[in-house]
Design a protein around this ligand. Structure first.
Ligand SMILES: Cc1cc2nc3c(=O)[nH]c(=O)nc-3n(C[C@H](O)[C@H](O)[C@H](O)COP(=O)(O)O)c2cc1C
Length: 192
């Protein structure tokens, strides 16, 4: 079987964020089949400015080096996890900006949406599902919603013990990840 890649995109960039911890937890929840490689992509490292391309992304006419680099990075993926915090009843601006730079790179690709927040980030999750559908992605159901309680954080706001605290999600997450893997393995190759 061909080797495939699933990319987990961390949608938060603020100092003191927990997005990186949540991404690491999701990564270790993968029962990584031999042919699947999991890569965490940190938008802090990608460092995109606000969308600054002239042509519509659906044209694929990219002029900026940062857009070409971002496009090439995403083209390496066969499936994605869009991981977003909930900020003021929405997804993060940084993940939306990164998504909007591209178009065909997402089309027909399996995407699993994962959110977190005091109520699982469910509003962000639903809104991001609409975005993925508009891009003609294959949205994996059920999506992942992780509730973050105050007691789960230490004095600096970091998660104290995500492996233990997220145990209750293990079965549900396993189902979603398996659906993503199945779709990644069965998806027809789409050239972009
Ligand atoms: C600007 C801002 C707005 C927030 N709004 C919400 C919200 O509407 N709903 C929610 O569940 N949590 C909200 N939160 C709490 C975040 O979900 C929580 O702080 C989470 O850790 C943010 O992700 P991050 O640490 O990766 O940035 C908000 C946090 C910030 C910083």
């Amino acid at each position: 079987m061909d080797t495939k890649k699933i990319q987990i995109i961390i949608g938060s960039t603020r100092p003191g964020r927990i997005g990186n911890q949540v991404a690491e937890w999701i990564k270790q929840e993968f029962n990584e089949p031999a042919n699947i490689k999991i890569e965490i992509i940190d938008l802090l490292d990608i460092n995109l400015p606000f969308m600054d391309e002239l042509a519509l992304p659906s044209s694929g006419q990219y002029t900026k080096d940062h857009t070409k680099t971002w496009s090439n990075k995403i083209k390496e993926g066969d499936g994605y996890i869009w991981l977003t915090p909930e900020y003021n009843a929405g997804y993060s601006a940084s993940i939306k900006n990164a998504i909007d730079y591209l178009y065909q790179e997402w089309s027909d690709k399996p995407i699993l949406i994962a959110s977190y927040g005091v109520g699982g980030g469910s509003t962000a999750n639903h809104n991001l599902t609409d975005v993925a559908s508009r891009l003609k992605a294959k949205v994996i159901e059920p999506t992942i919603e992780l509730t973050i309680h105050r007691e789960m954080r230490d004095e600096s706001g970091q998660l104290k013990d995500p492996v233990n605290d997220f145990k209750i999600y293990h079965e549900a997450v396993e189902t979603s990840l398996q659906s993503l893997i199945n779709l990644v393995n069965n998806a027809k190759l789409v050239s972009v």
